[in-house]
Design a binder for this molecule. Sequence first.
Ligand code: DGJ
Length: 726
Amino acid sequence: MITFNEHIMQFQLDTAHTSYVMRVKEGFLEHVYWGALLDTGDHSYMRREQGRASFSPHLEGCRGPILDDIPLEYPCFGRGDLRTPALEVLNPDGSDIADLRYVSRKIINGKPVLNGLPAFYAEEGDRVQTLCIKLRDSFSALECDLYYSVYEDLDLVTRHAEISNCGAQALTLIGAASACVDLDRCDFDVISNYGTHEKERMIERTPLVHGKMEFASRRGSSGHVHNPFIILASRSADEDKGEVYAVTLVYSGCHSMSAEGGQYDTCRVVAGINPDGFRWQLSPGETFVTPEAALVYSAQGLGGMSRTFHRAINDCLIRGKYRNRRRPVLLNSWEACYFGFDESKLMQIGACAADLGMEMLVIDDGWFGVRNNDTTSLGDWYINRAKLPNGFDNIHKMLHEKGCGLGIWFEPEMISPNSDLYRAHPDWCLHVAGRPRSEGRHQLMLDLSRQDVCDHIYESLASLLRTGTVDYIKWDFNRNAAEVGSALLPPEKQGEVLHRYYLGLYSVLERLVTDFPDVLFESCSGGGGRYDCGMLYYMPQTWTSDNSDAIERLKIQYGTSLIYPLSSMTGHVSASPNHQTGHVTPLNTRFNVALTGSFGYELDPTKLSDEEKKFVTETAAIYKKYGDTLVNGDHYRLRSNYTEDCAAWCTVSPDRSVCIAVYVNTHVRVYPRNEHLVLKGLDENAYYRDTLEGKVYSGKQLMGYGVAVDRNYEYSSAMWILEKVK
Ligand code: DGJ
């Protein structure tokens, strides 16, 4: 609920358990409070003016406020706030001053869409309200509408800004964040993800310093290195308790997520498009819409924060047929045969997969152009008849007769210099005239800031999807950007290219998901190099990592689960020894770890022993039965191999009638203690039957002592499927 108290000019945004309070004072929109739910009252006492910042400039000679000491909702550079700005502009006179003051407010039921950008949505009947506050710089006639959408039941607040040039001359945005939050303390730990290809989303937790800590990307995508979120946790916060503030971005391009410990022990969080390399020319009458930021406060520690994000992403970001539903069990051909397949091989592995209970064969890289390795053919999206003389027809027919779908890999945003497309359109890639074009994995990025390129990409996929043979698309993206330039834009607009690229990509994706609503899209970028809420708006799942080693995946999946729900994480059982690490891991452990919500296989099933095939058949049935619980359940991280020799988690259905728990040994030591796994989230007054072993436990036992665990050998694991006894 949003309330506005006109006497004290105070806005209060309440969700079921949280409040976010702002006020207008001397024209400035100030931040007052973000935390546990408050009564509606006068909260202005929370803002104490201490006359600090004697060195910082005052407004109005030396009488006015000192902006450097005021918590602001959308701070601008140029008038004395010397912390990280949310907005920085280059005015026609060459100055970089902006001075936004309150003009008006509007409260809307529901949530307006963000033009051309992915965003959390609200449906009829959802308890969602939106506050729009208009600010204006009367010197430049720059207007800024700040949007706050309050999801009452989800404990979620989303924000974005719309910046309009109402003046007579063009100006340039050189930084336009999605959100800024000024907290009045700095005794936080900052939690972020870092990583690289095959090692994505490792967790790092460090005390906030006095100074700026920034987690950013200039890679042309959200990237493997820093995922677009930032978490501030009270120093004592753990999985279950303590205050946690988190901000993530619904965006897939270059981001900047920063926290700045200030001179008066305050903290400013700024989240948005990375201002480095960004320039946006705003002509008179034009409006720039920032990506959306999503804000979650939890007093229930990191676990509470994660479950809030998981529910919000599952219920109000992911769309389409597969929202809140388990996905088909699939076999992906990549680690089964890489580029080395033909029709007969695909028929064999596809038929075998279907006979074992799998529901989709995905033909990965190598089915098009003359692609037998990664040096060629991206852009030539026609079937390689040398490998597949009958196209997909026979494979599709065989699979459909067995009740199985067909999936196809694409990398639509890329072009190989060795391709017919490049020979026909050498200017269709991102490049700067006269400079060399740097290749990554022998490929260049197409220029999706161009409409003709976007139309071409749409048509490449749509023409195949129209045949009705394809049920699933794996959409890959395998390099970072360099020489970011577009042949169609003038010099003064080259700083817009990467954001325009994402507007182009999102428009293609929107057309595809609208025109082909039954197709399941999976996002991928060398594994999880573009794992963000922007892509999840169009594609409900992401290939979590190219590292398919079950033991390595434990940390990756743990880190991913900070923000993203299990439903969005694809996990595959791959061969042992693992292709990336050589680890030898038991099949049941590989299954237990891959069972992360969107489950499949990444091996040659014809090479499995009869015993292994039996296991695959039985576990496919388990996934089909409990997949919806894994997708929609409340996820509890129980043990972490960041700090222990094991990892464990459980997922509990929303009605607490089913719990799936997993424990994995990552290192066995001599004389291990009597290990037991304490579960969470159950009904303590109920009894639960372990459906695999038949034993019945009380909820109190399970959440008190837990289940007994054998730590008998390295990489052994156990799963419990507990159902409430009626
Ligand atoms: C990178 C992906 O992450 C892999 O799963 C696979 O699809 C390869 N690309 C194919 O080139």
